[in-house]
Design a protein around this ligand. Structure first.
Ligand code: C2E
Ligand code: MG
Ligand code: MG
Length: 731
């Protein structure tokens, strides 16, 4: 019994000891497991699918990462994957940040010159060449190959394999492709798995893998050759030997069958550029149409509002506001058109309203505006001031026009109520203000309306009807101007305009040396009018060129006739400043005339009046030079009168100066005048120009001029301007 007890105690003791031991072993082994070494592995991230950062998890993944994880597991390491920030593997080797780095093809030296040691192959990596076309390549020993700079380590291995291969490094694959396209290299070299990824980029469709030029390289991890390095490499090698081939294949298959390449904006542009641009254009067109529609709606609304503000609702005439604006516009656009403004009022309008009803009154007003609008042109306007008072801006077109208006507007208005079966004649009072040049300088429409209203009130208060002028004189002048300017063309046709000649003489030899052509107008309505009136009117309205062309041609015709009669003459013609601005190549016109009438240029003297200089001196100088270089003599007209400018004498290269004696006072030929004349003559002579005195009226003047050696003269003392017939008789 005691023996059995003892055995039981022993058994118990053994059991508990075994249990304790078992626990101890378990504890120790679990302790050992939790104290596994941690290995920091440095890897690149720009080599998809070998090493890259996953878009979703943002972790570094890839074939290389999965392989080293498996190997490390087999070797009993925990690993931390760290991205290599150094530019290449040689620099990364020297960094204390990583325990090992990868990938290596073979052992290389670090930047600091330390030797590296590498593991066995984790796998064999195929390397392929890529070219732009399917052409055959030079042999691998002579080919020029581009590689990313980050593969410098690989490049060393490649160099050992193919010493004749020329390697050019590019910052990245994109740079390499550019180099390849430019022909800097024959091919690009990279890991085949990387190519399978990169070549998914749409713009690389023309890159071709060269299957013939393929070789494989090791894929290893490495570190510096140190005792610790040695120990890590040994342990990793142990892991590599345990790594099953099927595992490796599964990892490669996993990554190479996924579609890892993600399109960036440029890829989409490359692939779908035409569609994208079309889409953008379509979108822009839709937006544009919408904006345009919105704008036109706004404009229409604005226009409607403007119409409301600027127009009188009842009659459709302008409101005062609208009239003011429109008149300003018209006057600014037509500065040379003569205008008047009339202020018109219906006599006893209140009586019409009271007796026939407001509706009839309104009808009358509407009728008045309607028939007025019928006769008004685009650049005229009618506005309603208040109730029965209207203002009209109208062009001045002579007396007839006023009578036409009388017929077309006033009479129908007078008879409006009668035509409606009411026995009442409507009477109008109108005041007229003729716009003056000052009104155009400083356009003040209210001011002009006030003047017209004063004339209207004066007429009404005197108990009369019809119309009355505020400024009758201006009306007469304007009307004459209109008569002159408006009739030029028909006057030329009807030969109302004639060219007269005033002989020019040499006082010493008493011979006629030439003549000046001056035009005369026997106007159909106005009788004889002087150049002093019609020349400025035509100049201001821009019509002088038409007249002068006619005069020049007429003079050339006369010269031609005299030439044929054996009487070669010289004639001076006047050229206005507006002629030059109208035709800056006026010398060509004169050349044509000379040719047409078989004249020589010296037969035409061109008189340019001094006032032309003020306008555009550059053009005037150029015109003068052109004329002279074509053989015409150019004369400065009217020197001494008007715009005397000594500067002009200096700058304008004329042949002859026409000194105008008319600036001297008419009472005698006094001392001061003689002094001025003496020095003017001397000055012109010293400047080397010819001289002709015009406006010579007395023998005294002629004698004085002769004493100063000025012999060429023109003036009433010798001859007045005369008709062609008289002139022909004289010569
Ligand atoms: P102008 O070119 O200086 O012509 C000379 C003017 O002086 C002429 O006036 C002539 O009749 C006048 N005259 C001539 N001798 C005397 C004199 O002894 N005493 C006075 N007091 N006057 C004299 P007209 O013909 O009335 O012409 C005036 C201006 O009109 C001309 O001055 C000229 O500038 C211009 N003109 C005349 N015909 C034409 C033409 O066909 N075309 C152009 N563009 N202008 C012309
Ligand atoms: Mg002249
Ligand atoms: Mg003159």
């Amino acid at each position: 019994m005691g023996g059995l007890k003892f055995r039981k105690v022993i058994q118990k003791a053994i059991l508990s000891t075994v249990t304790v031991l078992c626990f101890a072993v378990l504890f120790v082994s679990s302790e050992a497991a939790s104290s596994k070494d941690t290995l920091i592995v440095g890897v690149p991230t720009d080599r998809c699918p070998m090493f890259y950062i996953d878009n979703v998890s943002e972790e570094t993944v890839g074939i290389g990462v999965d392989l080293i994880r498996e190997v490390a597991k087999e070797a009993g390491y925990d690993i931390i994957i760290k991205n290599i920030t150094e530019g290449n593997m040689k620099d990364a080797l020297d960094s204390a940040e990583y325990d090992v780095i990868m990938p290596f093809g073979s052992a290389i030296t670090s930047t600091s010159g330390m030797n590296a040691i590498v593991t066995e192959n984790l796998m064999e990596i195929p390397f392929t060449l890529v070219t732009t076309k399917n052409s055959s390549l030079p042999t691998l020993n002579t080919v020029r190959v581009g590689m990313p700079a980050s593969l410098k380590g690989v490049a060393e291995t490649v160099h050992e394999l193919y010493p004749g291969m020329k390697i050019v490094f590019y910052d990245d694959i994109r740079g390499g492709v550019k180099g390849l396209q430019k022909g800097e290299v024959d091919a690009l070299l990279n890991n085949s798995y990387v190519w399978s990824y990169v070549l998914q980029k749409p713009s690389y469709v023309n890159l071709h893998v060269q299957p013939s030029a393929m070789f494989s390289m090791g894929f290893k991890a490495g570190t510096l050759d140190t005792p610790r390095g040695q120990e890590i490499i040994d342990r990793l090698n142990m892991g590599i030997s345990r790594l099953e081939e099927t595992k490796t294949e599964a990892i490669i298959l996993d990554y190479t069958t996924r579609r890892l390449y993600h399109y960036d904006l440029w890829d989409y542009m490359y692939q779908y550029g035409a569609f994208i641009i079309l889409g953008i254009l379509l979108f822009a067109a839709v937006i544009g149409t919408m904006v345009f529609r919105q704008r036109s709606i706004t404009l229409m609304q604005e226009e409607r509002l403007r119409l409301l503000i600027d127009h009188d609702e009842l009659t459709g005439a302008y409101s005062m506001n609208g009239f003011r604006k429109r008149v300003e516009e018209i006057l600014r656009e037509n500065p040379s058109v003569p205008y008047f403004i009339s202020y018109n009022n219906i006599v006893d309008f209140k009586f019409i309203n009271d007796s026939f009803g407001k509706e009839t009154g309104d009808k009358l007003l509407k009728y008045w505006v309607k028939i007025s609008k019928n006769i008004l042109s685009e650049d005229e306007a009618i506005g309603r001031v208040t109730a029965d008072q209207f203002v009209v801006l109208r062009r001045i077109e002579g007396n007839e026009k006023i009578y036409e208006d009388e017929q077309d507007v006033v009479e129908p208005v007078n008879n409006f109520l009668i035509s409606q079966g009411k026995n009442f004649k409507v009477q109008l009072c109108s005041g007229i203000y003729v716009l003056t040049p000052d009104d155009l300088q400083n356009i003040d429409v209210d001011h002009m309306i006030d003047f017209a209203r004063i004339a209207e009130r004066k007429l009404r208060e005197s108990g009369k009807t019809g119309f009355e002028f505020y400024n009758l004189n201006q009306w007469e002048t304007k009307k004459r101007t209109v008569d002159i300017v408006g009739h030029l063309s028909s006057a030329i046709e009807a030969e109302e305009i004639q060219v007269w000649y005033q002989p020019q003489v040499n006082f010493e030899s008493n011979t006629i040396i030439g003549a000046e052509a001056l035009c005369r107008w026997a106007h159909g309505n106005l009788g004889w009018i002087s150049p002093g009136e019609f020349i400025p009117a035509l100049e201001n309205s821009g019509k002088i060129y038409e007249l002068d062309c006619y005069v020049w041609e007429k003079v050339c015709k006369d010269l031609h006739r005299w030439n044929n009669l054996g009487k070669r003459m010289t004639v001076s013609v006047n050229v206005s400043r507006s002629d030059i601005s109208e035709n800056p190549d006026i010398h060509l016109l004169f050349m044509d005339l000379i040719r047409k009438y078989e004249l020589t240029p010296d037969q035409l003297h061109i008189e340019i009046t001094e006032s032309a200089y003020v306008k555009d001196s550059k053009l005037l100088i150029l015109t003068t030079e052109n004329l002279r270089s074509n053989g015409f003599l150019v004369e400065m007209d009217d020197f001494g009168s008007g715009y005397s400018s000594l500067n002009m004498l200096k700058e304008l290269p004329v042949d002859r100066v026409k000194l105008d004696l008319r600036f001297l006072s008419s009472e005698g030929f006094e001392e001061k005048g003689q002094i001025i004349l003496t020095y003017l003559i001397q000055m012109i002579q010293l400047l080397g120009m010819d001289l002709l005195a015009e406006g010579v009226e007395t023998l005294d003047q002629a004698m004085f001029l002769k004493s100063k050696d000025c012999l060429e003269m023109q003036g009433y003392y010798f001859h007045k301007p005369m008709s062609v017939i008289d002139f022909e008789e004289l010569i």
